[in-house]
Design a binder for this molecule. Structure first.
Ligand code: BG6
Ligand code: MG
Length: 218
């Protein structure tokens, strides 16, 4: 069997947590008097927690001491953890289980490539922790997407060459990271936002099984 490496982002691809990040960031921005809408949020998708706060502060021209910065990061994460506290498998996005089991049946290596430091907690809650052959998350990387580090480490852990890896991403920064890694990029979401992706689908329900069988045999 021909083996490829299938790498999945977490937030907004496997589970519907992108909206919880949005709600927590919006609450934080509003307490600082900085306006924040869904369009601004697009620029934070896939981006690390620290980099996200830096961006929000720059939009509002706000400067903070290191201690206050760290305090706000912690507050955002506490709010976010509140949102994800009671997650269960109902929050796995449509057809993700179909795709994962098809890849498993076809003996394809599967990895998680996420910027989140909360990735393992979430995977555990939704019952997917043991599905992945490798997990690379925000605790393993130093460079935020669009830097390819997270996906290159995932490929290395899967022992698959980057050019044989396929990345599924809902964030423009993530698509750019996959392209920068020399991998096949598949956008999940809005084709206008994800225009740099090699393929884009609204969600996994739109991806026929033949798409995966073709990727495997290519
Ligand atoms: C990414 C999200 O997956 O993880 C970002 O798209 C988030 O919105 C980033 O900022 C870091 O996540 P966390 O859970 O460590 O704050
Ligand atoms: Mg994402």
């Amino acid at each position: 069997m021909n083996k490829k490496g299938f790498i999945f982002d977490l937030d907004g691809v496997i589970v519907d947590t992108a909206r919880y990040h949005f709600l927590a960031w919006r609450k934080l921005a509003e307490t600082l008097g900085i306006s924040f809408n869904e369009k601004d949020n697009e620029q934070l998708k896939g981006v690390s927690r620290v980099r996200s706060l830096e961006k929000i502060l720059s939009w509002g021209n706000v400067n903070l001491t290191r201690d206050r910065f760290d305090e706000l990061l912690e507050r955002k994460n506490q709010d976010y953890l509140g949102y994800i506290a009671d997650m269960n498998e109902d929050e796995i996005l449509p057809d993700v289980p179909r795709v994962l089991s098809y890849l498993k049946q076809n003996e394809q290596p599967i990895a998680l490539g996420s910027a989140s430091k909360n990735a393992r907690v979430i995977l555990e809650e939704v019952g997917l922790l043991n599905v992945f052959d490798a997990i690379v998350d925000g605790t393993n990387v130093t460079k935020a997407k669009p830097n390819p580090e997270v996906f290159l480490i995932a490929a290395e852990k899967l022992r698959v060459a980057p050019e044989k890896c396929i990345v599924f991403e809902d964030a423009l920064a993530g698509i750019q990271a996959a392209n920068n890694a020399g991998m096949t990029s598949v956008g999940i979401g809005n084709p206008t936002i994800l225009r740099e992706a090699m393929y884009v689908f609204k969600d996994f329900t739109e991806i026929p099984t033949e798409f995966f069988s073709k990727l495997i045999s290519e």
